[in-house]
Design a binder for this molecule. Structure first.
Ligand SMILES: [Zn+2]
Ligand SMILES: [Zn+2]
Length: 649
């Protein structure tokens, strides 16, 4: 069974003392020992480096130039090493385009799921927009006539192409059997498909008519109910496309990239998918709302250089009867709008407003002092077009779930990603979902019921989304949102996210090398982390984990204790075996800690120095993120510890 081990001969990287080792595959091995004893030298600099180097060598020379190559480690030989993946705590992300959603690949799954399973609602009337078929139209005709027999005229329109005359088109239609044709607009012909009574006996003929009319009318058909004298009433319109026939609004097909802010198809054009834009922040322009226009409410115009703008403002305001002696906060929204937006260009001797003033300044920004001035009033503001949703308004018309699902998932947290229409729509938009804490998100998808027919691909996607969310909650990250920017995550959070992503990709026969995955986790969550590590191993992978946490050590298949001391005093194997055997070991310092013979805080520590008893940082009414309006007093000249479960604030 020679292939079931990684065999290392003569490892001398950094302080390693010519180690010979056989590490079992498909086990969870914890490498432990005091800081600097050689844990990382063995796990990362030797084993991972060699696994990675061999993996890269399997690529062509052309592909290799794009991959990071690692130096050959100081070792005589390593055999039996599988492709290695390091999951460490380095957070390499700098771009705001990377979020928890993109890192976990959940955004990719969600965009596919939305394209397949979300329901479109009309932006004007709010009704679901679906593709009509002859059968669904027949069902709706029955609804509308409430079972009464009703005479109707089924028509469709044909556009007269350029370079064709009306007679030529009519001739072509006649050849297909359509003889009742009438011109209803300069280039549109209305063609009568049939005149028929809506009664159950006519069902087959009606469905045939509708099918033929949809085909000839390029997916559109009108059904005119006829009055008692045969007069034509306003038609009921149907469409086999994504088209609200009642409002005559056409919608695009839901391609997956419509639901991606990293794609030009889905990204809001105004902010290019960033959700915010850099612009003039009017809160900085009018920093003090108790000031009047005459009293200098518009801050940038209070200097000598722009005195002229201030007097223009007062002159035009008098003309328009806008009070210059009441506080800004008392002006009506329309009056403030007038001040900020103006009414025309300066060149036309009109009131140009604060906005055009800044536009003019932008043209002068090659001058240093103008750039300095502009920078004082610039800020990132929420994109006015998408309200921070990052997506095109059309993407927000697509919804998953019912009103009840949405209310349950949100339970109090603010809704956003509104489509800007007049009618509230049911369910959640993709944006709403990315704003939910992952724990809530998991509940939403767990109970989400996507109506039949569920094809196999949709079912797979939904399953994938559910398991990935469950993994994230399992490793104690239920408090994060998909929208959270990756660059703001801690190293421990990044590592645990990467761990769940590795689980989600169903890799097998790989070697995972991890660096203290328990870091930043409350003791409560470590057991759940163990569950995830065990599952990775259960899928046929091998794990090599550098770790100090006793729960992880005791849950391992084997422990490799290096030491005995740091630096030159380390680099040797003190113990290698099962946790049970380690507990019996006499040599290992780690074993003595695990048995509780040595504890970490034996001596009482008293504060030294003579700190001023009153000196403290006082924080009143803190409400950042999930803080509930707390007051805290933190004494100065002390070492103060803040604890709590992950995500507690
Ligand atoms: Zn509509
Ligand atoms: Zn936008």
């Amino acid at each position: 069974m020679g292939s079931d081990w990684i065999r290392i001969r003569g490892a001398r990287q950094n302080n390693l003392k010519n180690l010979n080792l056989r590490l079992p595959l498909n086990e969870l091995v914890v490498v432990t020992g005091v800081s600097g004893c050689g844990k990382s030298s063995l796990a990362f600099d030797t084993i991972f480096a060699e696994g990675q180097r061999r993996y890269v060598e399997t690529f062509s020379p052309y592909a290799r130039q794009f991959l990071d190559r690692m130096d050959r480690p100081q070792v005589d030989a390593i055999d039996g090493i599988p492709p290695a993946i390091a999951i460490d705590q380095i957070n390499p992300v700098r771009t705001s385009r990377s979020t928890v959603g993109t890192m976990t690949e959940l955004n990719d799954h969600l965009k596919l799921l939305f394209a397949r399973a979300a329901r479109l609602h009309c932006r004007k009337c709010g009704r679901p927009v679906m593709r009509d078929t002859p059968d669904s139209i027949y069902a709706r005709l029955q609804e509308r006539t409430c079972g009464r027999s009703q005479q109707v005229l089924i028509t469709f329109s044909v556009k007269i192409p350029e370079n064709f005359s009306e007679n030529e088109v009519a001739g072509l239609l006649a050849a297909q059997g359509y003889t009742r044709v009438r011109r209803c607009a300069p280039d549109i012909l209305e063609v009568i498909q049939d005149r028929i009574l809506i009664v159950p006996e006519n069902r087959a003929r009606l469905v045939d008519d509708l099918e033929a009319a949809l085909k000839a009318g390029r997916g559109r058909v009108s059904v005119h109910p006829l009055g008692p004298q045969g007069e034509k009433n306003d038609p009921w319109r149907f469409s086999s496309g994504l088209h609200c026939a009642d409002c005559d609004i056409e919608y695009h097909n839901p391609v997956p990239n419509l639901f991606s802010f990293n794609s030009p198809i889905g990204a809001c054009p105004a902010c290019r998918g960033f959700g915010r834009i850099i612009g003039i922040d009017y809160n900085l322009v009018v920093p003090d709302e108790s000031r009047t226009l005459a009293g200098g409410a518009i801050k940038p115009w209070q200097t000598e250089s722009y005195r002229e703008c201030q007097s223009d403002l007062l002159r035009f305001a008098r003309k328009r009867k806008i009070p210059t002696d009441v506080p800004w906060s008392h002006l009506s929204p329309a009056q403030r709008q007038w001040v900020l937006e103006g009414e025309g260009a300066w060149e036309e001797a009109k009131w140009y407003g604060v906005r055009r003033f800044f536009e003019w300044l932008e043209t002068k920004s090659y001058r240093m002092h103008i750039r300095v001035l502009l920078s004082k009033y610039r800020a990132y503001t929420v994109c006015p077009d998408c309200g921070g949703a990052r997506l095109k308004p059309e993407a927000l018309l697509w919804r998953l779930g019912t009103d009840a699902d949405a209310a349950h998932a949100r339970s109090g947290s603010p809704a956003s990603g509104d489509h800007g229409g007049a009618v509230p729509l049911p369910g959640l938009t993709l944006r709403d979902i990315t704003l939910l804490p992952l724990g809530r998100c998991r509940e939403f998808f767990a109970q989400l019921c996507i109506g039949a027919p569920l094809d196999e691909a949709t079912e797979l996607l939904l399953g994938e989304v559910r398991t990935r969310l469950a993994y994230l909650v399992e490793v104690g990250l239920g408090y994060l949102t998909l929208d959270r920017q990756s660059r703001t995550l801690s190293g421990g959070e990044v590592q645990r996210i990467n761990l769940t992503t590795a689980l989600g990709t169903s890799l097998v026969n790989a070697l995972f090398v991890l660096d203290e995955p328990s870091i930043g986790l409350h003791a409560r969550d470590v057991q759940r982390l163990m569950g995830v590590l065990n599952r990775l191993r259960g899928a046929g992978n091998s794990l090599l984990v550098v770790e100090h946490d006793p729960q992880v050590m005791l849950g391992a298949d084997r422990i490799l204790d290096l030491g005995p001391g740091p630096g030159e005093h380390g680099g040797r194997v003190v113990f290698f075996g099962t946790p049970a055997a380690l507990l019996r070991s006499r040599r290992s310092l780690t074993a003595r800690y695990l048995r509780g013979e040595k504890s970490v805080a034996p001596e009482e520590i008293r504060p030294t120095g003579n700190p001023n008893q009153d000196a403290a940082i006082e924080i009143l009414g803190a409400t950042e993120n999930n803080l509930r309006n707390i007051d805290v007093r933190i004494p100065l000249n002390r070492l103060v510890c803040i604890t709590g479960v992950s995500g507690s604030g």
